[in-house]
Design a protein around this ligand. Structure first.
Ligand code: MLT
Length: 262
C-alpha cells in the first residue's frame, strides 16, 4: 500500500488482524528486515510495516529528521485506518524514529520495543563522521556504505548468502535517502529521559554479538526504563534477520503479556 507524507510516497504493508503493532526498520535497510518475523505474529496482531522515507520502496526527501519520519509514520497509521495506540517496534534507526514518535504523540503509544537500538544521541565525533559519510555518498553513491555496513551489521557466523542479500539491498538505497538519514540521525536528541518518563511497558532486544549497539548499552536502557531485556544468542545488529525465530518469540511473549489490555 502507499500513502503520501510531506509530498513523499511512503510504502507500507499491513498483515494480520488484532491489536496494532508497528515494525520500523533501521538504516540503510528496508521493511524486508521483518520478512521472517511477521509470520510468527500476524495470526494475532495487526502488523503495519512501512519503508521509512528514502529506504526500500519509499521516496527520499531532502531531509529525514527522526521527527519527519515520525510524522510519516503517523500518516501511515492514518492510511491504514488505525487510530488505536500502537506497540512501536523499532530496530536501530527505527528505534530512534519510535522515540521521536513517542515524544510527539505519546498518547498513540501502547508500548515500546527497541531492537538493537539506543536512546543516546550521537557523540560530537559520531555526528561529524556521519556528515562526512553523507558528503562522500554525494560524490560516490551508496556502494561503499553497503560494503562498510555489511562488515559491521552481522555476527561473525552469519550466513554469507544473508550478508550478500543485504549488501545488495543497501547498495540499492538511494544516495539522497542515505544522506538525509545520516544527517537526521546526527541531529537526534538524547531520549533516555523520555523513555523513563513515558510510562509504557518497554522491551529491549539485542543480538549477543551486536557491535553497533552492544549488549551493555541495551542492558542499561532496560534497567533505566524498568523494561525487560532479551539477548538473542548468536546474532549481531541484524538480529531480526539473523535469528528471526528468536526475535519473534521475544516479541510474541511481550505482546501476549500485554494481552487483553491492548
Ligand atoms: C541502523 O542500523 O539503523 C544504524 O546502524 C543506526 C546508526 O547508525 O546509529
Amino acid at each position: 500500500m502507499e500513502t503520501r507524507s510531506a509530498g513523499l510516497r511512503i510504502h507500507f504493508e499491513v498483515l494480520g488482524d488484532g491489536p496494532p503493532v508497528l515494525l520500523l526498520h533501521g538504516y540503510p535497510l528496508s521493511s524486508h528486515l521483518w520478512d521472517d518475523v511477521v509470520g510468527h505474529l500476524s495470526d494475532a496482531y495487526r502488523l503495519i510495516v512501512p519503508d521509512l522515507r528514502g529506504h526500500g520502496r519509499s521516496e527520499a526527501g531532502d531531509t529525514a529528521s527522526m521527527e519527519e519520519m515520525a510524522d510519516d509514520v503517523l500518516e501511515v497509521l492514518a492510511a491504514a485506518d488505525e487510530d488505536r495506540p500502537v506497540v512501536l517496534v523499532g530496530m536501530s534507526m527505527g528505534g530512534y524514529v519510535s522515540l521521536a514518535f513517542a515524544r510527539k504523540y505519546p498518547q498513540r503509544v501502547r508500548a515500546l520495543v527497541l531492537v538493537d537500538s539506543r536512546t543516546a544521541a550521537d557523540s560530537d565525533e559520531a555526528a561529524v563522521a556521519r556528515h562526512r559519510t553523507a558528503e562522500r555518498v554525494l560524490r560516490e553513491g551508496t556502494g561503499f556504505v553497503a560494503d562498510e555496513m555489511v562488515g559491521k551489521l552481522f555476527a561473525p557466523g552469519a550466513p554469507e548468502e544473508l550478508k550478500q542479500r543485504w549488501r545488495e539491498r543497501m547498495a540499492a538505497t538511494s544516495p539522497r535517502g542515505v544522506m538525509a538519514a545520516l544527517r537526521g540521525m546526527a541531529a537526534r536528541p538524547d531520549s533516555g529521559a523520555l523513555l523513563r518518563q513515558l510510562g509504557v511497558p518497554v522491551l529491549v532486544i539485542v543480538g549477543e554479538e551486536d557491535g553497533i549497539t552492544p549488549v551493555e548499552e541495551s542492558r542499561a536502557i532496560a534497567q533505566a526504563s524498568g523494561g525487560r531485556l532479551e539477548i538473542i544468542p548468536g546474532a549481531g545488529h541484524m538480529a531480526a534477520a539473523e535469528k528471526p525465530d528468536a526475535v519473534a518469540a521475544a516479541l510474541r511473549s511481550f505482546l501476549d503479556e500485554l494481552g487483553s489490555q491492548l
